[in-house]
Design a protein around this ligand. Structure first.
Ligand code: DAH
Length: 330
Protein backbone atom coordinates (compact mmCIF):
# COMPACT_ATOMS: atom_id res chain seq x y z
CA UNK A 1 0.00 0.00 0.00
CA UNK A 2 2.92 2.30 0.73
CA UNK A 3 4.01 1.84 -2.81
CA UNK A 4 0.56 2.55 -4.14
CA UNK A 5 0.58 5.81 -2.24
CA UNK A 6 3.90 6.96 -3.61
CA UNK A 7 2.86 5.99 -7.11
CA UNK A 8 -0.31 7.99 -6.76
CA UNK A 9 1.77 10.97 -5.75
CA UNK A 10 3.96 10.59 -8.80
CA UNK A 11 1.10 10.18 -11.20
CA UNK A 12 -0.66 13.16 -9.65
CA UNK A 13 2.45 15.34 -10.15
CA UNK A 14 2.75 14.17 -13.70
CA UNK A 15 -0.90 14.80 -14.48
CA UNK A 16 -0.73 18.28 -12.93
CA UNK A 17 2.28 19.20 -15.03
CA UNK A 18 0.29 18.31 -18.12
CA UNK A 19 -2.73 20.42 -17.34
CA UNK A 20 -3.21 22.97 -20.12
CA UNK A 21 -6.85 23.94 -20.02
CA UNK A 22 -9.84 24.04 -17.65
CA UNK A 23 -11.06 20.73 -19.01
CA UNK A 24 -7.88 18.83 -18.21
CA UNK A 25 -7.80 20.48 -14.79
CA UNK A 26 -11.31 19.24 -14.10
CA UNK A 27 -10.36 15.76 -15.31
CA UNK A 28 -7.48 15.77 -12.85
CA UNK A 29 -9.74 16.84 -10.02
CA UNK A 30 -12.21 14.08 -10.81
CA UNK A 31 -9.55 11.45 -11.12
CA UNK A 32 -7.67 12.24 -7.92
CA UNK A 33 -9.60 14.49 -5.59
CA UNK A 34 -13.30 13.85 -6.03
CA UNK A 35 -15.37 11.61 -3.74
CA UNK A 36 -14.76 8.64 -5.96
CA UNK A 37 -11.20 9.69 -6.86
CA UNK A 38 -8.02 7.73 -6.25
CA UNK A 39 -7.12 9.43 -2.98
CA UNK A 40 -10.44 8.67 -1.37
CA UNK A 41 -10.26 5.15 -2.72
CA UNK A 42 -6.95 4.72 -0.90
CA UNK A 43 -8.68 5.74 2.30
CA UNK A 44 -11.24 3.00 1.65
CA UNK A 45 -8.42 0.49 1.19
CA UNK A 46 -6.84 1.81 4.36
CA UNK A 47 -9.85 0.69 6.37
CA UNK A 48 -9.10 -2.90 5.46
CA UNK A 49 -5.48 -2.91 6.65
CA UNK A 50 -4.29 -4.38 9.94
CA UNK A 51 -3.70 -2.36 13.09
CA UNK A 52 0.08 -2.31 12.73
CA UNK A 53 -0.12 -1.26 9.10
CA UNK A 54 -2.52 1.51 9.98
CA UNK A 55 0.08 3.16 12.19
CA UNK A 56 2.58 3.26 9.39
CA UNK A 57 0.27 4.10 6.54
CA UNK A 58 -2.04 6.59 8.25
CA UNK A 59 0.58 9.29 8.32
CA UNK A 60 1.73 9.00 4.70
CA UNK A 61 -1.80 8.69 3.44
CA UNK A 62 -2.78 11.87 5.21
CA UNK A 63 0.30 13.55 3.78
CA UNK A 64 -0.78 12.52 0.31
CA UNK A 65 -4.19 14.01 0.83
CA UNK A 66 -2.84 17.38 2.03
CA UNK A 67 -0.21 17.39 -0.65
CA UNK A 68 -2.55 16.79 -3.60
CA UNK A 69 -5.18 19.21 -2.34
CA UNK A 70 -2.73 22.04 -1.70
CA UNK A 71 -0.93 21.53 -5.04
CA UNK A 72 -4.29 21.71 -6.76
CA UNK A 73 -5.23 24.95 -4.93
CA UNK A 74 -1.89 26.53 -5.67
CA UNK A 75 -2.35 25.76 -9.33
CA UNK A 76 -5.74 27.45 -9.43
CA UNK A 77 -4.43 30.53 -7.66
CA UNK A 78 -1.61 30.80 -10.14
CA UNK A 79 -4.08 30.59 -13.01
CA UNK A 80 -6.26 33.30 -11.53
CA UNK A 81 -3.31 35.62 -11.12
CA UNK A 82 -2.21 35.09 -14.69
CA UNK A 83 -5.71 35.79 -15.89
CA UNK A 84 -5.98 39.16 -14.08
CA UNK A 85 -2.59 40.25 -15.34
CA UNK A 86 -3.52 39.32 -18.88
CA UNK A 87 -6.84 41.07 -18.59
CA UNK A 88 -5.21 44.24 -17.26
CA UNK A 89 -2.69 44.18 -20.08
CA UNK A 90 -5.48 44.02 -22.64
CA UNK A 91 -7.01 47.36 -21.46
CA UNK A 92 -6.01 50.19 -23.76
CA UNK A 93 -5.43 53.12 -21.46
CA UNK A 94 -5.19 55.55 -24.35
CA UNK A 95 -8.81 55.02 -25.38
CA UNK A 96 -11.19 57.86 -24.40
CA UNK A 97 -13.26 56.97 -21.32
CA UNK A 98 -16.99 56.36 -21.29
CA UNK A 99 -18.74 59.49 -20.05
CA UNK A 100 -21.49 58.93 -17.50
CA UNK A 101 -24.34 61.41 -17.62
CA UNK A 102 -25.04 63.03 -14.29
CA UNK A 103 -28.75 63.47 -13.62
CA UNK A 104 -30.25 66.65 -12.23
CA UNK A 105 -33.50 67.78 -10.68
CA UNK A 106 -36.37 68.55 -13.04
CA UNK A 107 -36.89 72.26 -13.51
CA UNK A 108 -40.29 72.04 -11.77
CA UNK A 109 -38.72 70.30 -8.77
CA UNK A 110 -36.05 73.01 -8.67
CA UNK A 111 -38.73 75.71 -8.71
CA UNK A 112 -40.70 73.94 -5.96
CA UNK A 113 -37.55 73.63 -3.83
CA UNK A 114 -36.89 77.32 -4.27
CA UNK A 115 -40.45 78.28 -3.30
CA UNK A 116 -40.41 75.94 -0.29
CA UNK A 117 -37.15 77.47 0.92
CA UNK A 118 -38.47 81.02 0.67
CA UNK A 119 -41.62 80.16 2.64
CA UNK A 120 -39.64 78.18 5.21
CA UNK A 121 -37.66 81.35 5.76
CA UNK A 122 -40.96 83.19 6.32
CA UNK A 123 -41.97 80.75 9.08
CA UNK A 124 -44.15 78.33 7.09
CA UNK A 125 -43.98 74.57 7.49
CA UNK A 126 -44.64 72.12 4.65
CA UNK A 127 -47.62 69.78 4.50
CA UNK A 128 -48.81 67.42 1.76
CA UNK A 129 -52.11 65.75 0.89
CA UNK A 130 -53.17 62.98 -1.53
CA UNK A 131 -53.81 63.48 -5.24
CA UNK A 132 -56.94 61.32 -5.11
CA UNK A 133 -59.39 63.39 -3.10
CA UNK A 134 -62.97 63.28 -1.95
CA UNK A 135 -65.51 65.52 -3.65
CA UNK A 136 -66.23 66.81 -0.14
CA UNK A 137 -62.66 68.06 0.54
CA UNK A 138 -62.09 69.33 -3.00
CA UNK A 139 -65.38 71.25 -3.29
CA UNK A 140 -68.01 70.94 -0.57
CA UNK A 141 -65.87 71.83 2.46
CA UNK A 142 -64.36 74.71 0.50
CA UNK A 143 -67.78 76.25 0.20
CA UNK A 144 -68.56 75.12 -3.35
CA UNK A 145 -72.18 73.99 -2.88
CA UNK A 146 -73.46 71.11 -5.04
CA UNK A 147 -74.60 72.39 -8.44
CA UNK A 148 -72.96 75.73 -7.77
CA UNK A 149 -71.64 77.18 -11.03
CA UNK A 150 -68.28 77.87 -9.36
CA UNK A 151 -67.56 74.13 -9.73
CA UNK A 152 -67.37 74.67 -13.47
CA UNK A 153 -64.34 76.90 -12.98
CA UNK A 154 -62.39 73.65 -12.76
CA UNK A 155 -62.94 70.75 -15.17
CA UNK A 156 -62.74 67.68 -13.04
CA UNK A 157 -61.56 64.11 -13.55
CA UNK A 158 -64.12 62.19 -11.51
CA UNK A 159 -63.25 58.69 -10.30
CA UNK A 160 -66.83 58.08 -9.17
CA UNK A 161 -69.56 60.12 -7.51
CA UNK A 162 -67.55 60.77 -4.36
CA UNK A 163 -63.94 60.71 -5.47
CA UNK A 164 -61.88 62.68 -7.98
CA UNK A 165 -58.35 63.74 -8.89
CA UNK A 166 -57.93 66.97 -6.95
CA UNK A 167 -58.34 70.03 -9.15
CA UNK A 168 -56.35 72.27 -6.80
CA UNK A 169 -54.27 72.02 -3.63
CA UNK A 170 -56.93 73.85 -1.58
CA UNK A 171 -58.41 70.57 -0.17
CA UNK A 172 -55.12 70.12 1.69
CA UNK A 173 -56.12 73.21 3.70
CA UNK A 174 -59.19 71.26 4.84
CA UNK A 175 -57.10 68.23 5.84
CA UNK A 176 -54.61 70.38 7.70
CA UNK A 177 -57.24 72.35 9.61
CA UNK A 178 -59.03 69.14 10.58
CA UNK A 179 -55.81 67.61 11.81
CA UNK A 180 -54.15 70.50 13.64
CA UNK A 181 -55.34 73.24 15.95
CA UNK A 182 -54.47 76.89 15.17
CA UNK A 183 -52.06 78.57 14.99
CA UNK A 184 -51.44 76.95 11.60
CA UNK A 185 -48.93 78.33 9.12
CA UNK A 186 -48.05 76.04 6.24
CA UNK A 187 -47.56 75.71 2.52
CA UNK A 188 -48.89 72.69 0.65
CA UNK A 189 -47.18 71.86 -2.65
CA UNK A 190 -48.40 69.17 -5.03
CA UNK A 191 -49.81 67.98 -8.35
CA UNK A 192 -53.31 68.89 -9.48
CA UNK A 193 -55.39 67.62 -12.40
CA UNK A 194 -57.83 69.23 -14.80
CA UNK A 195 -59.75 67.70 -17.65
CA UNK A 196 -58.58 70.20 -20.22
CA UNK A 197 -57.55 69.76 -23.83
CA UNK A 198 -53.76 69.51 -23.97
CA UNK A 199 -52.11 72.36 -25.86
CA UNK A 200 -49.03 74.58 -25.69
CA UNK A 201 -50.85 76.61 -23.04
CA UNK A 202 -52.62 74.02 -20.91
CA UNK A 203 -52.00 70.51 -19.66
CA UNK A 204 -54.15 67.99 -17.79
CA UNK A 205 -51.65 67.97 -14.93
CA UNK A 206 -49.72 70.75 -13.22
CA UNK A 207 -48.37 71.82 -9.84
CA UNK A 208 -49.65 74.27 -7.27
CA UNK A 209 -48.45 75.59 -3.96
CA UNK A 210 -51.16 76.38 -1.46
CA UNK A 211 -50.60 78.59 1.59
CA UNK A 212 -52.57 78.90 4.80
CA UNK A 213 -52.23 80.91 7.99
CA UNK A 214 -54.85 80.64 10.72
CA UNK A 215 -54.56 82.37 14.08
CA UNK A 216 -56.49 84.76 16.32
CA UNK A 217 -55.37 87.98 14.67
CA UNK A 218 -54.49 87.44 11.02
CA UNK A 219 -55.04 90.39 8.67
CA UNK A 220 -55.28 91.01 4.95
CA UNK A 221 -52.31 93.39 5.30
CA UNK A 222 -50.22 90.48 6.59
CA UNK A 223 -51.30 88.36 3.63
CA UNK A 224 -50.14 91.07 1.25
CA UNK A 225 -46.90 91.57 3.14
CA UNK A 226 -46.09 87.85 3.01
CA UNK A 227 -46.85 87.54 -0.71
CA UNK A 228 -44.84 90.65 -1.57
CA UNK A 229 -41.89 89.34 0.46
CA UNK A 230 -42.21 86.08 -1.46
CA UNK A 231 -42.27 87.53 -4.99
CA UNK A 232 -39.39 89.88 -4.20
CA UNK A 233 -37.25 86.94 -3.13
CA UNK A 234 -38.37 84.81 -6.04
CA UNK A 235 -38.35 87.33 -8.92
CA UNK A 236 -36.01 89.99 -7.49
CA UNK A 237 -36.67 93.14 -5.46
CA UNK A 238 -37.36 95.23 -8.58
CA UNK A 239 -40.49 93.25 -9.49
CA UNK A 240 -43.64 95.32 -10.09
CA UNK A 241 -46.92 93.89 -8.75
CA UNK A 242 -50.57 94.65 -8.13
CA UNK A 243 -53.53 93.10 -6.31
CA UNK A 244 -56.92 92.87 -8.05
CA UNK A 245 -60.24 92.04 -6.39
CA UNK A 246 -61.45 88.57 -7.44
CA UNK A 247 -63.75 85.75 -6.39
CA UNK A 248 -63.15 82.32 -4.85
CA UNK A 249 -65.84 80.43 -2.92
CA UNK A 250 -63.47 79.67 -0.04
CA UNK A 251 -62.15 83.19 0.57
CA UNK A 252 -63.86 86.48 1.35
CA UNK A 253 -62.62 89.00 0.37
CA UNK A 254 -60.62 87.44 -2.48
CA UNK A 255 -57.89 88.85 -4.66
CA UNK A 256 -55.48 87.94 -7.42
CA UNK A 257 -51.89 89.06 -7.60
CA UNK A 258 -50.32 90.09 -10.90
CA UNK A 259 -46.70 90.83 -11.68
CA UNK A 260 -45.43 93.02 -14.50
CA UNK A 261 -43.70 90.79 -16.97
CA UNK A 262 -41.41 92.16 -19.62
CA UNK A 263 -39.21 89.68 -21.47
CA UNK A 264 -36.17 91.24 -23.17
CA UNK A 265 -37.08 92.97 -26.41
CA UNK A 266 -40.79 92.25 -26.00
CA UNK A 267 -43.77 94.25 -24.87
CA UNK A 268 -44.55 94.02 -21.16
CA UNK A 269 -47.88 92.99 -19.65
CA UNK A 270 -49.53 92.10 -16.34
CA UNK A 271 -49.44 88.40 -15.59
CA UNK A 272 -51.60 86.72 -12.96
CA UNK A 273 -49.55 84.57 -10.61
CA UNK A 274 -51.80 83.64 -7.70
CA UNK A 275 -55.18 83.77 -6.01
CA UNK A 276 -55.59 84.66 -2.35
CA UNK A 277 -57.94 85.96 0.30
CA UNK A 278 -59.23 85.69 3.86
CA UNK A 279 -60.54 82.20 4.67
CA UNK A 280 -64.34 82.26 4.41
CA UNK A 281 -65.97 81.70 7.87
CA UNK A 282 -68.03 78.88 6.31
CA UNK A 283 -64.82 76.98 5.60
CA UNK A 284 -63.68 77.38 9.21
CA UNK A 285 -67.05 76.09 10.41
CA UNK A 286 -66.74 73.06 8.08
CA UNK A 287 -63.48 72.04 9.76
CA UNK A 288 -64.65 72.75 13.28
CA UNK A 289 -62.70 75.97 13.88
CA UNK A 290 -64.61 78.77 15.60
CA UNK A 291 -64.76 81.76 13.19
CA UNK A 292 -65.55 84.07 16.11
CA UNK A 293 -62.18 83.27 17.59
CA UNK A 294 -59.96 82.58 14.58
CA UNK A 295 -59.22 84.24 11.26
CA UNK A 296 -57.11 82.98 8.40
CA UNK A 297 -55.65 83.89 5.07
CA UNK A 298 -54.96 81.55 2.17
CA UNK A 299 -53.30 81.69 -1.20
CA UNK A 300 -52.68 79.34 -4.10
CA UNK A 301 -50.33 79.60 -7.06
CA UNK A 302 -49.65 77.58 -10.17
CA UNK A 303 -46.02 76.63 -10.70
CA UNK A 304 -45.75 75.85 -14.40
CA UNK A 305 -46.74 79.21 -15.82
CA UNK A 306 -44.40 81.18 -13.57
CA UNK A 307 -41.57 78.77 -14.33
CA UNK A 308 -42.26 79.11 -18.05
CA UNK A 309 -42.14 82.88 -17.86
CA UNK A 310 -39.03 82.93 -15.74
CA UNK A 311 -37.10 80.69 -18.17
CA UNK A 312 -38.74 81.74 -21.45
CA UNK A 313 -40.37 78.33 -22.12
CA UNK A 314 -43.20 78.68 -24.62
CA UNK A 315 -44.85 75.24 -24.55
CA UNK A 316 -46.08 73.68 -21.29
CA UNK A 317 -45.86 70.17 -22.78
CA UNK A 318 -42.06 70.43 -22.70
CA UNK A 319 -42.30 70.28 -18.91
CA UNK A 320 -43.95 66.85 -19.06
CA UNK A 321 -42.30 65.21 -22.08
CA UNK A 322 -39.13 64.06 -20.27
CA UNK A 323 -37.03 65.04 -23.28
CA UNK A 324 -33.46 64.98 -22.03
CA UNK A 325 -32.34 67.58 -24.61
CA UNK A 326 -34.78 70.06 -23.11
CA UNK A 327 -34.26 69.16 -19.45
CA UNK A 328 -30.47 69.28 -19.70
CA UNK A 329 -30.59 73.04 -20.11
CA UNK A 330 -31.53 73.65 -16.49
N1 DAH B 1 -57.50 76.95 -5.61
C1 DAH B 1 -57.50 78.09 -6.50
C2 DAH B 1 -57.34 77.61 -7.95
O1 DAH B 1 -56.88 76.53 -8.15
C3 DAH B 1 -56.37 79.03 -6.17
C4 DAH B 1 -56.57 79.71 -4.88
C5 DAH B 1 -57.19 80.93 -4.85
C6 DAH B 1 -56.15 79.16 -3.69
C7 DAH B 1 -57.40 81.62 -3.65
C8 DAH B 1 -56.34 79.82 -2.49
C9 DAH B 1 -56.97 81.06 -2.49
O2 DAH B 1 -55.95 79.31 -1.31
O3 DAH B 1 -57.16 81.71 -1.30
O4 DAH B 1 -57.68 78.31 -8.84
Amino acid sequence: MVEKISETRKSFDEALSKVTNPQSLEELRLKFLSKKGIVNQLFEDFKLTSKEEKKLIGQILNDLKTYTQSKFNEFIQKLEKEYTVKKAASIDLTLPGKQKEIGSKHIITQTLDEIKNIFKGLGFSIYEGPELESDYNNFEALNFPTDHPARDMQDTFFINQNFLLRTHTSPVQIRLMKEKKPPIRAIMPGKVFRNEAVSAKSYCLFHQVEGLYVDTDVTFAELKGTLVAFIKQYFGSEIKYRFRASFFPFTEPSAEMDIWWQPKGKEGRWMEILGCGMVDPNVLINVGIDPEKYVGYAFGMGIERTTMRKYGIDDIRLLFDSDIRFLKQF
